[in-house]
Ligand binder design. Structure first.
Ligand code: 5GP
Ligand code: ZN
Length: 114
């Protein structure tokens, strides 16, 4: 855990959030500023800032984030169209530097993204 990291603190329940998943390796919570009717952030408990800081040994962990997002999308009836997104680096809109997968659903999305 990184003592200065917002999402590490949320995962450790030191900062409140609406948790939707609380597992050994990953956790997920509702985004405080939702950009769609469903907007959930899925995080590994292991702290790393962005995707390019992950290593080969993290491959299964990254897969778990995607599989958990798909499960939530199914449970919430989002299969007509949902998005899973990693923003990596400030140029891509990343603002919290603990890797997190956005799960967005419940509305239509345009392509290409902004
Ligand atoms: P990023 O811009 O890094 O890809 O995504 C960060 C996300 O975290 C944003 O969508 C933002 O609304 C969300 N966020 C920032 N601070 C908090 C917080 O304290 N609690 C929750 N639940 N979400 C947060
Ligand atoms: Zn962290």
């Amino acid at each position: 855990m990184d003592a200065n990291c917002l999402f590490c603190k949320i995962g450790a329940k030191k900062i409140p959030a609406k948790l939707v998943l609380d597992e050994e390796e990953i956790f997920a919570f509702e985004d405080i500023n939702p950009q769609a009717p469903t907007h959930i952030l899925l995080c590994p408990r292991k702290h790393f800032a962005s995707l390019h800081e992950a290593s080969e040994e993290d491959a299964a962990l990254l897969g778990k984030l995607q599989m958990a997002a798909a499960k939530i999308a199914k449970e919430r009836g989002l299969l007509a169209g949902y998005r899973t997104v990693f923003n990596n680096g400030s140029g891509a809109g990343q603002s919290v530097f603990h890797l997190h997968l956005h799960l967005l659903g419940g509305r239509n999305f345009r392509w290409p993204p902004g």
